[in-house]
Design a binder for this molecule. Structure first.
Ligand code: SF4
Length: 391
C-alpha cells in the first residue's frame, strides 16, 4: 500500500521501507530516482530537491510514542527557567498511587512505547519506585528524570536501575560551574551533576542528558558535548520556550537558533542527538541532504500529564484539554479537537502552513502559542521563508 499526500510530501509503507520522494515538485508522489542532489544553497534559492526519511513511524493518531507524567511539582531546586514553576511542597491533589497505576495501565494499553516519570523531583514521592516498577512491568521503555538533590545520593539511582528503569535523564545546562549553577540556583550543583552522571555510568545504566538551550549557554554547547563524550547515550537539547519561569528574553534569537541547529546537524557526535521544540532541525537536515527521521511534536506523538492529571500536548505547551480523573487518556489524546488539530497539518496557519517542510517540521507549536496565543500559527522563531505558494 502506498499513501501519498496530495501536495508534495509523502508517506508510505506497509513494509516499513525507507522511501524517498521529490518534495518540491507539485507532482505528488514522484519517487526520487537518484541520491539526494540538493544542497543548502539550493534551498536558499527555493529549489529544495529532496530528503530521505524513514517512513516506518507508528500511527500517532492512536497513541503517543512518548508520554511524560509529571508525578509531582515538588522540588528543592529553584531553576530560573523551570517549566513547572516547581514548588517546595507537594500538592494534596496530586494523582495518588492508585491513580498513577491506572494511568500507567491506560498508557501501556494504548501502545505507547516510552513512558517518562518526571517532575519537579520525582524522588519527592515515596511511591516513586513502585510507580517505576509498575511502568517497567507493562513492557514500556521507562525513563526516570530525577533532580540532582541530596535525595539522589542516597542509593536512589541504584534502586531506580534495579527496578528496571530503561533510561535515566539528568540535566546539564553549562560546561562550567558558573553557567550551570546560575541556571539551577545552587552553588556546587555542576559538580554534583557531574557526580550523578558518573554514578549512572558506574551502574551501567543508559543515560540521557538534557540541556536547555538559552542565551546564557549557547556558547558552551560544544564544550558540553565534549563533557558528555563517553558518558551519555543521548543528548537532548530543549530549545527554551518562554513558559513557566522562563522569559522571552532568555530565548535564542531566530538567527542564533538557526546557527545552533546547523552546528548540530553538521556535527558528528558519539551519542544520539535530539531536539525539543525545534522541529526545524529536520528542515535543516533536509537542506543539508542528511537523512531525516520522523519526530514527535507537541500532541503529535507526544503527550504530557501534569501532577494533578491535566492532559496537555507537552510540558512546554500547557494547554489543558481535560483531566485523566474525568476520562481516560485515550479519549483526550485521540479525540480532543486540540490534539486532532495539532496532528492535522492542513490546519497549520501562517508561513508554516504553506511551507514545503510542513510535513517534516510544522514549526514549534509551543513557540507559536507563547508568542501569539495561536496554537496553529507560524513558528515565530524560524528564519525560513517558504517558496511554495499553495493559495
Ligand atoms: S516555516 Fe514553519 S514549517 Fe517551515 S521550516 Fe520554518 S518552522 Fe518549519
Amino acid at each position: 500500500m502506498e499513501v501519498v499526500e496530495d501536495r508534495f510530501a509523502v508517506f508510505v509503507a506497509d513494509n516499513g521501507q525507507r522511501r524517498e520522494f521529490d518534495v518540491v515538485s507539485p507532482v505528488a508522489g514522484k519517487e526520487r530516482r537518484s541520491s539526494p542532489g540538493g544542497s543548502e544553497g539550493d534551498a536558499a534559492k527555493g529549489q529544495v530537491s529532496a530528503w530521505s526519511m524513514d517512513l516506518s513511524r507508528p500511527d500517532f493518531s492512536i497513541a503517543p510514542m512518548t508520554l511524560a507524567w509529571e508525578v509531582t511539582r515538588s522540588c528543592p531546586l529553584r531553576c530560573v527557567h523551570c517549566r513547572a514553576e516547581a514548588q517546595r511542597h507537594r500538592r494534596a491533589d496530586e494523582l495518588t498511587t492508585e491513580e498513577g497505576i491506572a494511568l500507567i495501565n491506560d498508557v501501556a494499553s494504548l501502545g505507547t512505547h516510552v513512558f517518562v516519570l518526571t517532575g519537579g523531583d520525582p524522588l519527592a514521592r515515596a511511591d516513586i519506585f513502585d510507580l517505576l516498577a509498575h511502568a517497567v512491568s507493562t513492557g514500556m521503555h521507562v525513563g526516570f528524570s530525577p533532580s540532582v538533590t541530596g535525595r539522589l545520593r542516597s542509593g536512589a539511582l541504584r534502586r531506580a536501575v534495579e527496578v528496571g528503569t530503561g533510561t535515566v535523564h539528568l540535566s546539564l545546562d553549562g560546561a562550567v560551574s558558573a553557567t550551570h549553577d546560575a541556571f539551577r540556583g545552587v552553588r556546587g550543583h555542576f559538580n554534583r551533576t557531574r557526580q550523578a552522571i558518573d554514578d549512572v555510568n558506574d551502574l551501567g545504566a543508559r543515560l540521557q542528558v538534557a540541556t536547555t538551550v538559552s542565551r546564557s549557554n549557547i556558547s558552551e554547547l560544544a564544550a558540553i558535548a565534549s563533557l558528555l563524550d563517553g558518558r551519555a547515550s543521548s543528548w537532548t537539547l530543549f530549545f527554551l520556550v518562554a513558559t513557566g519561569r522562563a522569559e522571552h528574553a532568555d530565548m535564542l534569537s531566530a538567527d542564533d537558533e538557526e546557527r545552533a541547529l546547523h552546528w548540530l546537524a553538521s556535527g558528528e557526535f558519539p551519542f544520539a542527538v535530539r531536539t525539543v521544540e525545534a522541529p526545524k532541525y529536520r528542515r535543516i537536515r533536509a537542506q543539508l541532504n542528511l537523512p531525516v527521521s520522523p519526530g514527535v511534536t507537541d500532541g503529535n506523538g507526544f503527550c504530557f500529564v501534569s501532577h494533578i492529571g491535566d492532559v496537555q500536548p507537552s510540558g512546554f505547551l500547557p494547554v489543558t484539554v481535560g483531566n485523566v480523573r474525568d476520562r481516560p487518556i485515550a479519549y483526550w489524546y485521540q479525540e480532543h479537537p486540540v490534539f486532532q488539530a495539532l496532528r492535522d497539518t492542513s490546519k497549520r496557519g501562517g508561513k508554516c502552513g504553506r511551507c514545503e517542510f510542513l510535513e517534516i517540521c510544522g514549526g514549534s507549536r509551543a513557540r507559536a502559542w507563547t508568542a501569539t496565543g495561536d496554537l496553529l500559527g507560524a513558528d515565530p522563531t524560524c528564519i525560513y521563508e517558504p517558496h511554495v505558494d499553495v493559495s
